[in-house]
Design a protein around this ligand. Sequence first.
Ligand code: SF4
Length: 691
Amino acid sequence: MKECNTTCPYCGVGCGVRAEVEGAKVIKVVGDGDHPANAGRLCVKGTALAETLGDEGRLLHPQLAGERVSWNHAIDTIATKIRQTIETHGPESIAMYLSGQLLSEDYYVANKLMKGFLGSANVDTNSRLCMSSAVAAHKRAFGEDIVPCTYADLDTCDLLVMVGSNAAWTHPVVYQRIVAAKKDNPDKRIVVIDPRRTATCDIADLHLQIKPGSDAYVFSGLLNHLQNNSAIDEEYVARHTRGLPDTLAAIGDLDMDTVAESCGLDPIELNRFYSWYANTDRTVTMFSQGVKQSATGTDKCNAIINCHLATGRIGKSGAGPFSITGQPNAMGGREVGGLANQLAAHMDFSPAEIDRVQRFWEAPDMIDAPGLKAVDLFQAAADGKIKFLWIMATNPAVSLPDSDMVKRALERCEFVVVSDCTEQTDTATHADLLLPAAPWGEKDGTVTNSERVISRQRKLVAPTGEARPDWQIITDVAQRLGLKQYFDYPNPAAVFREHAALSGFENEGSRAFDIGALAQLSDEEYANMEPIRWPVRTNDDDSEPLADGRFYTADGRAKIVPLVPELPQAQNDITVNTGRLRDQWHSMTRTGRVPRLSQHRDFFSISVNPEDAAKAGLVEGDLAQLENSLGMVRGLVMLDPGIARGQSFIPIHWSEQFSTLGKVSQLIPAVTDPVSGQPQSKFSCANIAAV
Ligand code: SF4
């Protein structure tokens, strides 16, 4: 038996895992007691990892039009299709859709091929659905996509504000850490701001049950309150920020009663929160998908960040705005330029940075403008503008909004490649070419978690069937396109070294994302690499970003962003909120294989307030349907007094592979935030009725 340290592939907490491997089988996983993210803890999904491995349901061989083909033939086919499509329709007619499940090495090679050598920036990722509003807000405020907190800040803060986060279910190990910190320091106050009363509220001193989508009102009103109660850190604001007067002017006279009424809150409870915030120096605001998955997600994130900048509560222990990412490598994807509006190493589309990346890569076909963001990319495919689409490690037929539009997009493309470890998914049924990709436990690489810690995922067993790691598949295609000299990677360590070197290339402190010191790792050092938080600079400056009050903007100051809060308008009986269940992950292609993970809930549920259910003639366990102009889903009614009147909650996990009752994305319109492009997955409207 051998033991091997690796990282959990599910969520942005990024827990370290110790796997016991006997022969070709992972027999057990336990938490890695030495990993900074979890110190030995795992949630139920993490503990079931060994049970998700094996041959069942796996895609074992490349398949072209449903027939098994050799890898050689598959790679040839892709190279030929890419060449032909570019020759006939131009580079913008090809696209890749990636995933926060990919490792940074996979992501890096895909972005380099598309943005530097095929001349198309149409390479986006399902991380767009997860945290792109936080990325956009960080860039607007800090000049760079920096997360200015670590998990240790959750321990040391005296006030923790959790917004749009049911961490008890979605980031369980972080939640357990918060519970432990509260036990150690009973004076620590916890405020939960969420339209639902969730399991996370069990540790809350105060739950503000806001109307859906009203978060920016709460925080704009808070900024006004801080100003009116002399709680602004005038010295910090004067030295390190700009924009506060404009922001206060934009907010106007948003008084507490107006905020309370707009958000559906008790003014006394709102006042309690505002007083706690005004009087607690060590405050962390942890925010998640409930804030970001919104048509005004970027503004909401900036409304939160504004309050931290105005009080100087950032860049120091126990203080800061902390975006928790959903996916295991959403952060790593950002580092390598996994979004269509980013370049690698946090670089932007300024002429200087395009030139810098182009020179580093020696790229002949460097793009000069951002590409299409996820929803726009699939809309372009539905409109016939994208002809060749390569989807990796994700299931957009289930997860993107307006699933009918996504289906049209997949049907209209001339050629669709799907790389996945699972043979049958809603997306795979539309593929012309299916490629067996190596999943967790069968490949090597790195991921970055929510607190900027880069950890190794390690190969535990040999790939099943003919599965290959994604970085290798992309490299093979690049080489078949005649690009061997630029894509000559013998292993993922070589990819990582290049990625690290690019982050330090001509980067004399101009960007926080710098892991240049890791560019010299030998293969052996990469194999044994311990978790490490960026920046990791060659000049030994390992200070936390923002600790010195310097931001990555032209004048070194952060921007307090003026914004006017808006409320989404309900158009049907019931507003629909969506999210994860405690024991499932994404479209259940992995967690659905473990019977014990279904014991928590094994049916598609529609949770509603008991009074709304009674009004619709429904009781617990009835089959009901939610319907709007886009589509309809059916599920079993769950009565939940923690859901306010006029609202409902449905889980995101069910797909056509697991249910004939429909999928959430059939109800979600393709409405996106205009700044970030993140879809409004947390707010839709529908009518409810008995079936
Ligand atoms: Fe995995 Fe997230 Fe659970 Fe940790 S909290 S074990 S990273 S799913």
